[in-house]
Write a protein that binds this ligand. Sequence first.
Ligand SMILES: Cc1cc2nc3c(=O)[nH]c(=O)nc-3n(C[C@H](O)[C@H](O)[C@H](O)COP(=O)(O)OP(=O)(O)OC[C@H]3O[C@@H](n4cnc5c(N)ncnc54)[C@H](O)[C@@H]3O)c2cc1C
Length: 471
Amino acid sequence: MVAMRAHEAKRHDLVVIGAGPGGYVAAIRAAQLGLDVACIEKEPRLGGTCLRIGCIPSKALLESSELFYETVHALAGHGIVAKDVQLDLKAMLARKDGVVDALTKGIAGLFKKHKVTRYEGLGRLAGGTQVEVVDAQGQPSARIEAQHVLIATGSTSAAPKGIEFDGDRVGTSTEALSWPTVPQHLVVIGAGAIGLELGSVWRRLGAQVTVLEYLDRILPANDAEIAKEAQKILAKQGLEFRLGAKVTLARKNQDGALVEIEGQEPLRCDRVLVSVGRKPHTDGLGLDKVGIALDARGRITVDAHFATSAKGIYAIGDVIPGPMLAHKAEEEGVACVERIVTGYGHVNYDTIPNVVYTHPEVAGVGKTEEELVAAGIPYRKGSFPFLANGRAKALGATEGKVKILAHKDTDRILGVHIVGARAGDLIAEAVAAMEFGASSEDLARTCHAHPTLAEAVKEAALAVDGRALHI
Ligand SMILES: Cc1cc2nc3c(=O)[nH]c(=O)nc-3n(C[C@H](O)[C@H](O)[C@H](O)COP(=O)(O)OP(=O)(O)OC[C@H]3O[C@@H](n4cnc5c(N)ncnc54)[C@H](O)[C@@H]3O)c2cc1C
């Protein structure tokens, strides 16, 4: 780490502001390409939202809570008798913190290995491609002159009107990753990926969970048929869904929290998780200093090569338009710095998968059926249920299905959507197939090991042509 007085300007080829998956991956790739790279991060630990308070801790808790739930509810079905099963929440949270700790330290190790210079503090644009580092007391601690600046400052939880966050009873995903006790009644506002994942965690640990969603469906970014099936499965697990529910107020009260919903009785609960989306993070960045404008949703606008309107300054990840996903940020980081160094760099936005890590998982890539209908693109559809898959039967995970959408005339795969066990891993095959411009016939004729869940993908591809074998 570098500590120096502000007047000693330091030179680097590239300075990256923000060490989330977008920023730290871009920094490493740029170093691999021979640039002298610096990365400024305001938090003591590297890895951004994803590693510290997002993807990784949530997946650690999903795994632990699933094991707990399975032990209590499913082991007997396998002929395993587990008596006096108890939850040690403190240990579960400590394990999660350990996973985060190991991974964030891993990024620090990678920075050392690739000779990326790390600055701790807030990165602030200071005119041209100069960046100032500001310490926790608000004092400038370093000044960097770089040839290129990459903004990767990510996002923070959105705070809708009427929500009174108190960091305890009414909180965001960050607090919901560390509650010291299992809430008796948890109200989740927003039925997107984060709300459903963390709602599932606390449901499995024993909470009554009510999910309020303004829209008339859950998982608005996913294929509607698959989302509907996911809702049915999650409802069976005890998540109570109230769709079309407009929350007008959520606040702490004497015994817990109160949530008011337009046209409905207010809900009293002991905790509220607000998961209605995230907003780009540009606070304190000094964008006005270099004349970078934001769009109506507060995102930095960039061209096809991630260049902002200010010369030499680029932006990637959650702070620019597009799905707010760690792997999208990483792809952009790599493409951006490759383009700076080699002249080439590209992200294929048609093949960015999204995964919801509930049980079972929900995953998708490419166009949803609704999008194809709206665009008037002719398609054929093949589906295959996990109920008819041998491995799913052996696992005891027969819920859900694979759905493949292929162009009616060319058979090119346009979208693949899965709800089912390990859908997040299964989707990788679909992503690779689409990257290579595969047809459903290509997938259908690819040999899949037996017995695997992936055979359901092959069968769905066969089903596009009406010739699934096992149903
Ligand atoms: C609970 C939760 C679960 C999630 N699960 C998943 C998942 O399973 N899969 C998935 O793909 N995505 C998931 N996400 C989303 C994912 O975390 C983000 O899409 C991803 O982290 C975006 O990466 P980024 O590099 O753009 O920004 P971030 O990860 O937000 O990193 C930005 C970094 O910049 C720093 N920073 C900001 N401003 C400054 C400044 N001026 N100076 C210095 N540093 C600054 C911040 O401290 C932060 O470390 C989840 C998010 C949450 C909240």
